[in-house]
Design a protein around this ligand. Structure first.
Ligand SMILES: [Mg+2]
Length: 212
């Protein structure tokens, strides 16, 4: 079974949909667009987020959008929380010698703040944030840390995460705890489709004990 796990952050380890939706709607409001509700957001939002904004707010500079988004996100009163079963999964990985990493599109400043505020930093050997297109860096991460492809999985909640895993040649684990509906994730054929990290931990426990 897997010896190395690379995690996405939003929707995989933490629930930040509240402030993300608020910030997205703040950016939309500046440009005269009506707000999205939670369900619309889950259907429409995608990574790389540059493509999402180009579709919905065409012709506006990404730097300007990011500036307004980050400010609204920081000002949001809706808390970011660790998803159920995430901490337990990471504890299990630590106890079983599984190496853990993060690869996220979230901007570095916000990510680093959350990593410390939520007390999660010690779980990870290395983290990579502010990555717009994850396909461009997955190969470098695997090489830098000498992660064997057949022993490594990338876990995420969006199509881009599954695509990134396939691009890197590692297993793809799609999780339903985040931004994307089941049928959308099913359609991109991940190696595993899991309700949450408890289900994935149970799978790894079973596989690990059956090998030893
Ligand atoms: Mg995510």
């Amino acid at each position: 079974m897997y010896q190395n796990l690379i995690f996405d952050w939003s929707g995989t380890l933490v629930d930040d949909m509240g402030p993300t939706l608020e910030a997205t709607n703040a950016v939309f409001a500046i440009h005269g667009r009506s707000p999205l509700d939670r369900d619309e957001f889950r259907r429409l939002f995608r990574l790389p987020y540059s493509e999402f904004y180009e579709e919905h707010l065409p012709g506006i500079r990404l730097e300007d959008l990011e500036h307004h988004f980050r400010r609204a996100f920081a000002e949001s009163q809706v808390p970011v929380t660790v998803l159920p079963h995430a901490r337990e999964k990471l504890d299990w990985c630590r106890d079983n010698g599984i190496r853990c990493f993060v690869l996220t599109s979230m901007d570095r400043g916000t990510f680093e703040l959350q990593l410390d505020e939520l007390g999660m930093r010690h779980y990870f050997e290395a983290t990579y944030s502010g990555v717009l297109d994850k396909r461009e860096v997955i190969g470098g991460i695997l090489a830098q840390h000498q992660l064997a492809l057949h022993q490594t999985a990338y876990l995420g909640d969006m199509i881009h995460d599954v695509v990134t895993a396939k691009h890197g040649g590692v297993s793809s684990v799609a999780l339903l705890t985040g931004y994307t509906h089941r049928e959308v994730l099913e359609a991109c054929e991940p190696d595993w489709l899991m309700n949450d990290l408890l289900e994935f931990r149970t799978l790894m426990e079973q596989r690990t004990s059956s090998i030893s």
